[in-house]
Design a protein around this ligand. Structure first.
Ligand code: MN
Ligand code: MN
Length: 464
């Protein structure tokens, strides 16, 4: 009798299984192999520009060539369009016409960080500092007393663009924002976590040794003269620079079982790499595969390199034109995986989650039917039919996946590029890797979920 009841249970109830119970030894090895490539990519991609440059290098090794408008496109052709060095679109041309739609995966390669202000360098009490303006949603207290490194570009008046990286190599100096010692922090400790640190207080310590000379601002002069030696720049050149301080932690395995990966910028380079690897492995697809590495998602997908930009429409229109297809036909028949990370249920903070609906570590690719806040405000809310399609596809292809909702109702909220894709008349759903400590200087993901997100995108690309 009990056996029969159990049978009925397993037939009628939805039950989730830990991903490790669902894969064999061979696939476990594939997980490890995949994650090695990802860790290398993440370690070298600390800014959107680096993520794009590294992606282009990998793509060119695999036969992708820059797209030139008017160029003839045959099935199997591999092309890419670099959007100002900050965003990237790649395509593998399918056997079917673009009029039957493309399979699009869109991730973003910008991450929360501390941008330097345009007038940034100053000296105070014989110490030199950079002033910053944070980018994206950060908890400010997490960014003090950790080693920082400096990345970005300085565009000179001459038009030349100088690349800057300081602190990535082991023997290079790092930077830091200091904090009060507990002995003198009685007043500070009474403040709320959002008041404890201010945006104008996030100033980066640059140096303390004065220039051997008379006069004022000798430490600033010493620092500026080192920068001048290294990059040929002057203080005025900061006006046309994009420099950012990012955490100087190396990407590493986490846990005695090495099942997790810690690093800066998993959100959303973990999905960007999954898409990249998937489009590299998409051999002779039926439908044209598009891989997007977008910028500016963390500040609302605004601007020329964000997903609201017409850069994507122009690229797609160029591809459609090459096949004599109307862009609107292509869009209405296309399918888009908005590949972005989701919040992983954290046993240390269960109070913000609704356990049944939050994604869990090692339960696979997280599918968000909707994001948004309050009464689903600001989400594109994918159709039931789209979710059913993914159930069909993923169950058939052995992709381990789970539903993912961002915490308890009314607890908070967020968004992705999904709504901007859906607004283009493209069926779109969010899907990606669950993350612990999202937006922190050091985020954590599971290797299993990273691999399953890659597998999910690949199976979507290869679906007929
Ligand atoms: Mn994201
Ligand atoms: Mn984010």
């Amino acid at each position: 009798m009990d056996e029969k009841k159990d049978e009925l249970r397993s037939k009628l109830f939805y039950e989730q299984k830990n991903g490790y119970d669902l894969i064999d030894t061979e696939e476990r090895l594939a997980v490890e192999d995949y994650c090695k490539g990802y860790m290398d990519y993440l370690n070298a991609s600390r800014m959107e520009r680096e993520a794009v440059a590294n992606a282009i290098a990998l793509a060119e090794e695999r036969g992708f060539v820059p797209f030139v408008p008017g160029m003839e496109l045959k099935p199997g052709d591999k092309i890419y369009k670099n959007n100002r060095g900050k965003a990237l679109m790649l395509a593998v041309i399918g056997r079917k016409s673009l009029g039957e739609g493309a399979v699009i995966a869109g991730a973003h390669v910008d991450s929360p960080r501390l941008d330097l202000k345009q007038v940034t360098l100053y000296e105070s009490d014989e110490m030199a500092y950079f002033k910053t303006h944070y980018y994206g949603g950060i908890k400010k207290y997490q960014w003090v007393t950790i080693p920082l490194e400096l990345h970005g570009v300085v565009a000179l008046k001459s038009g030349e663009v100088v690349n800057v990286v300081i602190g990535r190599e082991k023997d290079e100096p790092k930077f830091v924002i200091t904090d009060l010692l507990p002995h003198l922090a009685a007043d500070q400790m009474k403040k709320t976590m959002s008041e404890g640190f201010t945006g104008e207080g996030l100033n980066i310590l640059l140096g303390s040794a004065p220039y051997a000379d008379e006069g004022k601002d000798r430490v600033k002069l010493a620092v500026m003269s080192i920068l001048n030696d290294m990059y040929g720049i002057t203080e005025e050149d900061f006006l046309s620079a994009e420099l950012s301080a990012v955490p100087a932690f190396d990407v590493c395995e986490i846990g005695l079982d090495r099942s997790l990966i810690g690093g800066y910028g998993h959100d959303d380079r973990v999905c960007a790499y999954a898409e990249l690897k998937a489009i590299f492995d998409a051999e002779a697809p039926e439908r044209t595969c598009i891989c997007i590495l977008a910028d500016k998602e963390e500040i609302g997908s605004e601007g020329v390199s964000g997903m609201q930009s017409a850069a994507f429409d122009c690229f797609m229109e160029d591809l459609c034109e090459a096949q004599g297809v109307a862009l609107r036909r292509c869009f209405e028949n296309s399918f888009c995986l908005s590949a972005d990370v989701c919040n992983a249920f954290d046993p240390l903070y269960p109070e913000v989650s609704e356990k049944r609906s939050d994604s869990k570590i090692n339960y696979g690719m997280g599918i968000c039917k909707f994001t948004g806040a309050r009464g689903k405000s600001g989400t594109s809310d994918a159709s039931a039919e789209i979710v059913a399609y993914l159930r069909r596809l993923f169950d058939r292809e052995g992709v381990v996946w789970q539903m993912a909702e961002l915490g308890k109702v009314d607890q908070g909220g967020g968004g992705t590029i999904a709504k901007f894709m859906a607004n283009r008349n493209i069926d779109t759903i969010d899907a990606g890797v669950p993350v612990l400590s999202m937006h922190a200087p050091f985020e954590v993901v599971s290797k299993f979920d990273c691999y399953m997100t890659y597998k999910g995108v690949l199976k979507a690309y290869m679906d007929k």
